[in-house]
Each structure stands twice: as structure tokens, then as C-alpha cells.
Design a binder for this molecule. Structure first.
Ligand code: GPW
Length: 806
């Protein structure tokens, strides 16, 4: 209210300027917000009050940012992602910590890094996702096997704000009826059931800027109030809560599959629920500005994080045509001007397809619209390629299979103005393989590359504070955290002995910290002077943890065959694994079991001692990654060439002063170009040869690498427990065509690991490689990605901020 304006201005919550001011606020929250005293302020209360004190300041910035963005009314970016793998750590205050683990792996963590960069660069941007009650499961290792435990993370989260007044009712099922009003025939979607979406907002602060953006997560609940009182009063208690439970199921759990789509009805429900609520919200915000519809793409850019939100294309077309009454063509121009689509995989099993019957049942009007989109698209293709009948079958959004399927990637391409891959090789591959026909149809300009990146605030400054501080001392302060290319100043200090010594000490201290974590969680004592060799990521055959563990067995056999004198000359190594297997991915679980079985034998072998330890770290997640990445000497990024779209942990490890052993795949290739070939250990077959090799396995003679054969024989002899447990892994290589080229790459892999050992013996040379690499990693900040998206895809500008208000 106008008369109170002055009072508002006078009483703004100010930033902390000193320790006393901060303490005062914490005490105030303990006493009044939590209603506790000094005498019953336990750790949880201390944590709560601390976060609340910060939260007050955060909210102020958040409110101001939103007001500013609304006032200016410039174009906004909306990042639609089914996963946001935020991961926050509160370990210093309480031991019991909760990760916001609303994602599986790289795709969700990329979304989180993007939110950090969007806010840091002052872009007006919102993330939209689902508020899962259960995030990715917690992994326990029991007797060497993975056991999944539910991750209930919501019991106390001071960073989210329920908006019980921001709700959207979402329709499912029902039927479509034609109605004529004023000479116009329209389609009306009627009947079915309604589920209510409730908004929960999470503030996303930028680094060294007051800009605080919003992440809006939708939670599902029944639309008809708490429960059906009629039924309740009639004594039918069970069905009175049934509707509520069914509604809440939608946002109950994150699907734990990485790079796999299994076509479950509940997953499609999740997708539509989230997309429809988000679009309603975006459209509502646009309508407030009272601009004409054709200005929608000037005000709104929506980025689709993979095909999971592709129904947003159909939903916007439905809103514009059925509800707002626009002509089809005018609406379609708005739709395609609004959306951009990022592809994150070429793996066939990860490309989303939905049975036509399922879409018809759940979203009858959307299926009609998909058919119409396809009809108009195919008509235009037919016109451009009149003599080519086959192309129509190949590019149709509807796959004419039994049952018929909706190809979501094709729908995403047709409904977007730009399509991008996430690393150069990957972007080239999609243009020449899975989306080749679409390059012919639309021309090459619709397809582009934005190589992934990571936020240096989280992955250097927070995860590795000592290294960050040392870097700051050589690069002119903390500016490098906002302009990562400033790291290049490190190169001129490589000859500085004292600097190299400090660098090595920090790495050693980080390894001591990880060694302690290993001791505490597995009981195994590892020597921090050993070479730490790390592979942490989701367990997947294409990522080839099996190649790694076969290589470890080979190393073990080689050491066993040596005389004690020979052994003394060898370099001690710790092979560290971590990662979750999707609960239904049997082969991935076998791989975990083999790693643990090898560890059980090797770690207690007295001939071997410190020369080799094999560790499986349970429950790998974002907060564990912050301990692991800074402690690595060499990390493994060894996917079959052409299968890993980008990878982002490769960037995290190098940025933390570790080297890489890897294949010519994903972003490894660009990392090599940036840091130089002499600073990375590349091995294995190239992507262009993979197809021929696979063909030869299946149709020619397939001989297994002799060293790998020895490894297999040892497993089959029972050295690592019941060989039957691992027979499928061996059969995959020997009998079933070795799809992932484990045998083809084995020799090269083993040889390259020998080069790693040799290089590590020369500690001065090794550290010089590490420093050089870090100095040349500036390209891989997610700030650079976001600027590329903003220029080439979104056409949005940052919003200047008044730093005095900070
Ligand atoms: F299959 N990625 C992921 F493309 O983590 F959807 N989960 C997924 O389900 C998919 C991709 C999907 C990853 C890629 O595997 C990785 O190479 C890439 O760095 C990351 O997405 C971010 O682009």
C-alpha cells in the first residue's frame, strides 16, 4: 500500500556486515522462529536457525530480482528438465545430510550447473521441474551386491517455499468432442480426471551478484480437497483416500533410469503433468503483459532438456488453437519460434517412443494434434522430395510398427527452431546418423552444437577450496570464478618450484581426506601416496566399468606373476569405483558385484599389499563427488567411442588437477584439443570404425584379445568367487558379439595404463601436466555454454543489476 512505502524502504533487511550481526540473527531465529532456548538448541536447531538467517537475505534478493524482471518485462528463458541434481551439503553443522537428489546423473547435474550460470550471468530465467517425494535411491552395498533404499528427502528443507496459492488443475483421459460456435468448429477435451499441481519454489542465487532466479517444482495432489467426505461418512474409508493417493503418485518418485526409457504410463503422466502446469504458468505470465500472441516468441524461450518435455510443444499448440482460438498456422509459427531442443544421447534404448494407444487413452486431444502436426510436416516433405517415398516413412513422427509409436525426438525437432547436441562429436553424429534426414529437410542451420560445461563455483571453489585459493593467488584474485579463461595465467608459474610444491601438497591433502572416507566407509586402508585411479559415474555397459575391472584383474595377475624383487619396483595404485545401477539393470548389477568380489580378494592378498587396492564407494552422489574429484590422479572416461554424448565429470576431474585416461568420445576430444595431446592418455578404436568392428564380430571370425582371455579364465577358475555369477559378463564379449568393443580396446587400454604409470613416476613432469591442463580448461565453464545458448538459440540478454543493492 502506497502510504507504507517509506516504511518498507526504511526497514529493508540488510546484508550481514559482521559476525555479531550474523550471530544476533541466528539467536533470534532459535528463540522466536523455533521457540527454543540456549539450553535446548541441538544441532538440527542450530542448522535450522543458521539457514533461516541466510534465507532471509536470500529471499530479499529473490523478491527484488523477480520484481525487476517483471518490471522490465524482457524475454525470459524457461529451462524444462525432469531432473535437477542440485546436491547440497550441510555436513559442517549436522552429520545427517540430505542431497536434493532429483536426478540420475549427467543430465540432471547439467541442469543444476545451468541454473547456477543463468543466475550468475544475470539472465532472467526459470527452471521448471517435478518435486519428487523420493529422489534417486540411496545405494547400499551388502555382501558385494547393490541394495536400493528409498531417499525420502523432504522432511526438512529450508530452501523451498510452498506456494499453495499457485495451483494448476491438470486433466487426464476423457474424450474429444467437436462443437460449433459462431461458424467455427472447435475441439473440446472433456471428462476424465483432474489432478492438481501445486508450485514449490526454490531460490537460485547467482555468484557475486544479487540476481536470484527461481526453480519452480510441481507437486501433485488430489483436486477434490483432502478426501471424499461423502465416502468417508458412509464408512468407506479406504476409497476416500484412494483418489488422493493416486494423485500424489504422480510426483512420488524419480524414475531411476539413466540413458533408458521404458515406456511406463506413470512416466508419461509425470511428463504431461509437469509440462502442462509449467506452460499454464508461462502463458499466464505472458498474458499479463497484454501483448499480441505473435510476440510470444519475443518474450519466451523454452529449452527442452532432452525429449522428456516434448509434449510442451503439443500443449502450447493446443492452448493457442483450442483455447485462445488462433489459426493453426499462426499458432504453429509461435510454437516453433519458442522451443529449442537439446539432444543428450544417440543410444537407441534411450530414444523416447510412446505407444499411440497409450497417448490416445491418456491425452486424446494431444494425439489428434500430433497427427495433424505430422500430416502438415509430411506434406511439406513430400513437396520438397516428390520422388522419394521412403523418406516419408523414415521421418514420420508416427512409426508404423506394431504397435504404432510416437517418436518424441522427431516431434521435438519438428516443433523447435534449433536442435543442439552437447559436444562436437555428438552434434556431428546426430547430424549424420539418427537425424540425417532432418538435415536434408531443414538444412544444416537448424542443427548446432553447444559443448557442455560445469560451474567452477561448485566444482572448484566449493569442492576444492585450497586449490581455488592457490589459483586465486596466481590469477589476480577470485575473478577467474566468473571468467574461467583467466586460468591461463597459471601457465607462466609452471616453472615456479614453490608453486608446484604447494600444488602437490593440496592434491596430497585431498587424497588423505578421501583415504579417510574410504577407511570410514569400507574399512580398507589405502596409502595416499599411491596413484588414485577413479571411475565414478552411473554403471552402464556403454561406460565400460567392465573394461576397467578386467584391466584391474590383469594388473593383479601381472603382479602375482612377479618375483618379490620385481614387485618392489612397481607403483602402488588404488582403483576406485562408484556409481549406481538402475534397479532393473541386471548386467550393471553384475558389474558392481564383480568389482566388489575382486576387491575382496585383492585387498587382503599379502603378496600385493599396497601395490593394488580395489575400492567400491557406496552411494555415489553430488556431495561424494565433491570429495572424490579433488583427490583423483587419473580418472577413467572410457566409453565405447560414439556412445557418451559429452560427459561432464571428465571436466570436473581435470579442473581439479587430475589427468584423464579416455577414449576419443564426447567432450574428451575437445578437452584434448584445449589442454594438448601430451596431457591426456587416449586409447582405443575411433567412433568411425565402431560399426565395421561390430559387423565383423557378428559376421566374421571374432577372436578375443589373449590378455583378456587370461582374465576370463581366471574368473572362470573361481579366483573371485562363484564363476557362475559372472558368466553373463564374459558371454557378452565371447559369445554375444561384444557390442561395446571391450576386447577390441583391451590391449590399447592396458598399454596406455602402463604409460600412466611411467608418467606418474616423474612427479615433476606429472604436476606440470596437471597445472597446464587446469590453465587451459577455461572453455569448459557452464557460463560459456549459457552465453552460447543465449546468443544462438534463445536470443535473450542479461538484465543489468545495480550492485549497490547487493
Ligand atoms: F538419455 N544423459 C544422462 F539422453 O545423464 F536422456 N541421462 C540421460 O537419460 C540422458 C543423457 C538421455 C547424459 C549423457 O549420457 C552425458 O554424456 C551428457 O554429458 C549429459 O547427459 C549431459 O549432457
Amino acid at each position: 500500500p502506497e502510504p507504507q512505502r517509506e516504511a518498507w524502504k526504511r526497514n529493508q533487511i540488510a546484508s550481514f556486515t559482521d559476525k555479531d550481526g550474523f550471530e544476533k540473527e541466528v539467536v533470534r531465529h532459535v528463540e522466536t522462529t523455533l521457540a527454543r532456548s540456549m539450553f535446548n538448541c541441538d544441532e538440527i536447531a542450530a542448522y535450522s536457525a543458521t539457514s533461516l538467517a541466510f534465507r532471509d537475505r536470500l529471499i530479499t534478493h529473490w523478491n527484488k530480482t523477480q520484481q525487476r524482471q517483471t518490471y522490465v518485462d524482457s524475454k525470459r528463458v524457461y529451462y524444462l528438465s525432469l531432473e535437477f541434481l542440485m546436491g547440497f551439503r550441510i555436513e559442517d553443522v549436522v552429520k545427517q545430510e540430505h542431497d536434493a537428489a532429483l536426478g540420475n546423473g549427467g543430465l540432471g547435474r547439467l541442469a543444476a550447473c545451468f541454473l547456477d550460470s543463468l543466475a550468475t550471468l544475470n539472465f532472467p530465467a526459470w527452471g521448471y521441474g517435478l518435486r519428487y517425494r523420493y529422489g534417486i535411491f540411496k545405494q547400499e552395498i551388502i555382501d558385494g551386491y547393490q541394495v536400493e533404499v528409498p531417499d525420502y528427502w523432504l522432511d526438512f528443507n529450508p530452501w523451498e517455499f510452498p506456494r499453495h496459492d499457485v495451483t494448476v488443475d491438470i486433466q487426464f483421459f476423457g474424450q474429444v468432442n467437436k462443437k460449433t460456435t459462431g461458424g467455427r468448429t472447435i475441439s473440446v477435451w472433456e471428462g476424465g480426471e483432474i489432478v492438481r499441481a501445486v508450485a514449490y519454489d526454490v531460490p537460485i542465487p547467482g555468484y557475486d551478484t544479487p540476481t536470484t532466479n527461481n526453480l519452480r517444482l510441481w507437486s501433485s495432489k488430489a483436486s477434490g480437497g483432502e478426501f471424499d467426505f461423502q465416502k468417508f461418512n458412509n464408512g468407506d474409508y479406504e476409497s476416500s483416500v484412494a483418489e488422493q493417493q493416486r494423485a500424489e503418485t504422480i510426483s512420488a518418485v524419480l524414475y531411476p533410469n539413466d540413458n533408458l526409457e521404458r515406456g511406463k504410463e506413470l512416466r508419461l503422466k509425470q511428463q504431461y503433468f509437469w509440462v502442462a502446469a509449467s506452460l499454464y504458468d508461462i502463458v499466464r505470465r505472458f498474458k499479463k503483459s497484454r501483448r499480441p500472441w505473435n510476440e510470444f516468441p519475443d518474450q519466451v524461450a523454452i529449452q527442452l532438456n532432452d525429449t522428456h518435455p516434448t509434449l510442451a510443444i503439443v500443449e502450447l499448440q493446443r492452448i493457442l488453437v483450442d483455447i485462445e482460438g488462433l489459426e493453426w498456422d499462426a499458432a504453429w509459427e509461435i510454437v516453433t519460434g519458442t522451443f529449442g531442443y537439446t539432444n543428450h544421447t544417440v543410444l537407441p534404448e534411450a530414444l523416447e517412443k510412446w505407444p499411440v494407444g497409450l497417448v490416445q487413452h491418456l491425452l486424446p486431444r494431444h494425439l489428434q494434434i500430433i497427427y495433424d502436426i505430422n500430416l502438415f510436416f509430411l506434406q511439406s516433405v513430400e513437396k520438397a522430395f516428390p520422388s522419394d517415398r521412403e523418406i516419408l516413412r523414415r521421418v514420420s513422427i508416427i512409426e508404423e510398427s506394431q504397435p504404432k509409436m510416437v517418436r518424441m525426438a522427431f516431434l521435438a525437432i519438428v516443433g523447435s527452431h534449433k536442435v543442439n547436441g552437447v559436444a562436437e562429436l555428438h552434434s556431428d553424429l546426430i547430424k549424420t546418423t539418427i537425424f540425417k534426414d532432418f538435415v536434408e529437410i531443414y538444412g544444416p542451420d537448424k542443427f548446432t552444437n553447444v559443448t557442455n560445461g560445469i560451474t567452477p563455483r561448485r566444482w572448484l571453489h566449493q569442492a576444492n577450496p585450497r586449490l581455488s585459493e592457490l589459483i586465486a593467488s596466481k590469477c589476480g584474485g577470485n575473478e577467474f570464478l566468473k571468467d574461467l579463461t583467466l586460468l591461463n595465467q597459471l601457465e607462466k608459474h609452471i616453472g615456479d618450484k614453490k608453486f608446484r610444491k604447494e600444488w602437490a601438497e593440496i592434491k596430497y591433502a585431498n587424497k588423505v581426506r578421501l583415504a579417510k572416507h574410504i577407511k570410514d566407509t569400507t574399512g580398507v586402508v589405502v596409502n595416499p601416496a599411491s596413484l588414485f585411479d577413479v571411475q565414478v559415474k552411473r554403471i552402464h555397459e556403454y561406460k565400460r566399468q567392465q573394461l576397467n575391472i578386467f584391466g584391474v584383474i590383469h594388473r593383479y595377475l601381472t603382479l602375482k606373476a612377479m618375483t618379490p624383487d620385481e614387485r618392489k619396483k612397481q607403483l602402488p595404485r588404488v582403483s576406485i569405483f562408484g556409481g549406481k545401477a538402475a534397479p532393473g539393470y541386471w548386467m550393471a548389477k553384475q558389474i558392481i558385484h564383480l568389482i566388489n568380489s575382486v576387491g575382496a580378494v585383492v585387498n587382503k592378498d599379502e603378496d600385493i599389499g599396497d601395490l593394488l587396492k580395489v575400492i567400491f564407494l557406496e552411494d555415489y552422489n553430488v556431495s561424494k563427488a565433491e570429495i572424490i574429484c579433488p583427490a583423483s590422479d587419473i580418472s577413467e572416461h572410457i566409453s565405447t567411442a560414439g556412445t557418451e554424448a559429452s560427459g561432464t565429470s571428465n571436466m570436473k576431474f581435470v579442473l581439479n588437477g587430475g589427468l584423464i585416461i579416455g577414449t576419443c568420445d564426447g567432450a574428451n576430444i575437445e578437452i584434448t584439443r584445449e589442454i594438448g595431446e601430451s596431457n591426456i592418455f587416449l586409447f582405443g578404436n575411433l567412433s568411425e570404425d565402431v560399426e565395421d568392428l561390430r559387423h565383423a564380430h557378428n559376421y566374421g571370425s571374432h577372436t578375443i584379445d589373449p590378455d583378456l582371455d587370461k582374465v576370463f579364465n581366471e574368473i572362470e577358475d573361481g579366483t573371485f568367487g562363484n564363476p557362475h555369477d559372472f558368466s553373463a559378463m564374459i558371454a557378452a564379449v565371447r559369445q554375444h558379439g561384444d557390442y561395446y568393443l571391450v576386447s577390441d580396446d583391451f590391449h590399447s587400454y592396458i598399454e596406455t595404463h602402463q604409460l600412466v604409470d611411467e608418467a606418474y613416476r616423474n612427479q615433476d613432469g606429472w604436476i606440470a601436466k596437471c597445472i597446464t591442463s587446469v590453465a587451459r580448461m577455461g572453455f569448459f565453464t557452464s557460463d560459456r555454454c549459457i552465453n552460447e545458448y543465449a546468443e544462438e538459440i534463445w536470443n535473450v540478454e542479461p538484465l543489468a543489476v545495480d550492485r549497490r543493492s547487493f
